[in-house]
Design a protein around this ligand. Sequence first.
Ligand code: GDP
Ligand code: MG
Length: 162
Amino acid sequence: MLPVIALVGRPNVGKSTLFNRLTKSRDALVANYAGLTRDRKYGEAEIEGHKVILVDTGGISGDEEGIDEAMAQQSLQAIDEADVVLFLVDCRDGLTPADEMIADQLRTRSKPTLLVANKVDGVNPDIALAPFYELGIGELLPTTATHGRGVRALMERVVKDL
Ligand code: GDP
Ligand code: MG
């Protein structure tokens, strides 16, 4: 079984963008990995010479009322099956209640977690990152998933937790 790295975070923070950047073969052969659920998107990736399975959460469907619940449920399951969790937040939007909800879930688990402050392009990091430190969740690493900025540094940090 390869190590599993889960991307969690509220919708639109850049999880799928990061997933697509990191995975070579999409739709990893989930059948080969007992214990993985099929309702999330898996991909194989090689990071810093380590083969891993990447999990993209999201694709939440359902009505507006149920969306937080569905997101919470899905991220919780992904957290449980992961070896390392990448918790993505959006520097442009700042800290939101949905981020806090996911942070609360992470606190009930003891998974190695890195806080990925995505969309750091076009913001002043000194100001934009400050609220996220208050979450007290893991180490904070700024990225621009669309252009790859910070992604190498993030991966170098991730492999230390494998
Ligand atoms: P997800 O819902 O968390 O999977 O988010 P997506 O990966 O679908 O990204 C949502 C939107 O944010 C898309 O339009 C992306 O192109 C954009 N996006 C993702 N990463 C970045 C980033 O680092 N900077 C900027 N400016 N936009 C980004
Ligand atoms: Mg997505």
